[in-house]
Design a protein. Structure first.
Length: 381
């Protein structure tokens, strides 16, 4: 199963490193390798979050995520996105922006860096909303129960996540935005507009996918009720099944879009951080693309192995890491924060949640041995 899931990642790694060695020599090979490791370390929590969503989708959409999704991730976010940012910032055409990226790499890097406040505000608020909606929901399993229980109680206010996110955005606009890094000057308006755009994007994409998912669940419940009825219900169920398949397709499609937006938000810090290593857009796309491929494969691996069901606190750790990343992105509008710190925060939180899951499983004898209520009492964290 390991080779089946990670086979393409291994193959892309060999081809990518080989191409880097041919084009740029040993130095280019080292740069691409470092960028790959950087992307994996920064996005491991992304794989856990993606797995929690992807396991709701059928095998077809899992394949779409691993094929079409990786094309969007590599060519869209790691190659096209920085060029688009430069084109918008410098008011250039796409061709001129590409020429600038190839012929004047220093200027290209400066333009991308100057757009960082808007990128950080958009991605930071989007990721923060994911964390807030998770932490304010009353869940069966609780990891840090002393925090999660009271937050779940006050989270019954439906708009609380939006309120908190807007407060964080306003605080960011008043504190870090007026003194943006790299001499960008006062970016208060930019940060406010980009943050609101990130909030709207989350509400629209997440809301639409949630709507179709809810419709799908309602349809499944109706079918179960029909199956318990008279024998004539078999024909009704047959008609309902067609509707369910169509509805599942819509739900899966919008979940796929939601996954892509999440991946885009996670890629922001990786793309910006990559400029500390190289300003060659092709080496950057190649290295980050290899890392993104492993994140995709790891996501599918977690789904097929049922890892999130066996280690129930992993999703908690990943969401805490997302919340931390959102705050870090907003802080980087003004302050320089090394990518190593960002990556370590996520790795440590996920490692702690994994360790708590292992301890829980040992206490109960095997994964999933007890009811959710018993797990809440036994978490003891």
């Amino acid at each position: 199963m390991l080779l089946k899931t990670f086979g393409w990642s291994f193959a892309i790694t060999v081809l990518g490193l080989g191409l880097a060695g041919v084009l740029w020599g040993w130095q280019g090979l080292a740069i691409v390798g470092i960028l790959s490791i950087l992307e994996i370390s920064l996005s491991f929590d992304n794989a856990v979050i993606n797995a929690g969503i992807l396991r709701k989708m059928n095998a077809f959409w899992q394949k779409i995520f691993l094929t079409v999704g990786i094309l969007v991730a590599v060519f869209g976010m790691r190659l096209v996105f920085p060029v688009v940012i430069v084109a918008i910032t410098a008011k250039l055409g796409p061709i001129e922006a590409v020429k600038l990226a190839i012929n004047d790499k220093a200027h290209y890097e400066a333009l991308v860096t100057s757009a960082h406040p808007a990128i950080a505000a958009f991605g930071g608020i989007f990721l923060l909303m994911i964390f807030l909606d998770f932490i304010f929901e009353d869940r069966d399993y609780k990891w840090l129960s002393w925090i999660e229980k009271p937050l779940a109680r006050i989270g019954k206010l439906d708009t609380l996540s939006v309120i908190v996110a807007l407060i964080v955005l306003l605080v960011s606009a008043m504190t870090v935005a007026p003194h943006a890094a790299h001499g960008a000057g006062d970016k208060t308006t930019t940060v406010l507009l980009a943050g609101i755009a990130g909030l709207i994007t989350y509400l629209v994409v997440g809301g639409v996918s949630g709507y179709f998912e809810g419709r799908l669940e309602d349809e499944d419940e109706d079918e179960d009720e029909e199956a318990d009825g008279a024998g004539a219900a078999v024909q009704k169920k047959g008609g309902g099944a067609g509707a369910t398949v169509g509805l599942a397709g819509k739900a899966a499609f919008f979940m796929f879009l939601y996954l892509e937006v999440i991946d885009a938000s996670f890629s922001f810090d990786g793309v910006i951080g990559a400029f500390a290593i190289t300003n060659d857009i092709f080496a950057m796309a190649l290295g980050l693309g290899i890392g993104a491929m492993y994140i995709r494969s790891l996501t599918v691996f977690l789904v097929r192995k049922g890892t999130l069901d066996d280690y129930v606190y992993l999703e908690h750790g990943a969401h805490y890491a997302i919340g931390a990343l959102g705050v870090i992105l907003l802080a980087t509008i003004r302050y320089e924060i090394n990518e190593v710190v960002t990556g370590l925060v996520g790795i440590v939180l996920i490692a702690l949640s994994f360790g708590s899951s292992v301890l829980r499983n040992r206490r109960e004898g095997k994964p999933g041995a007890e009811s959710p209520a018993q797990s809440e009492v036994s978490s003891g964290v």
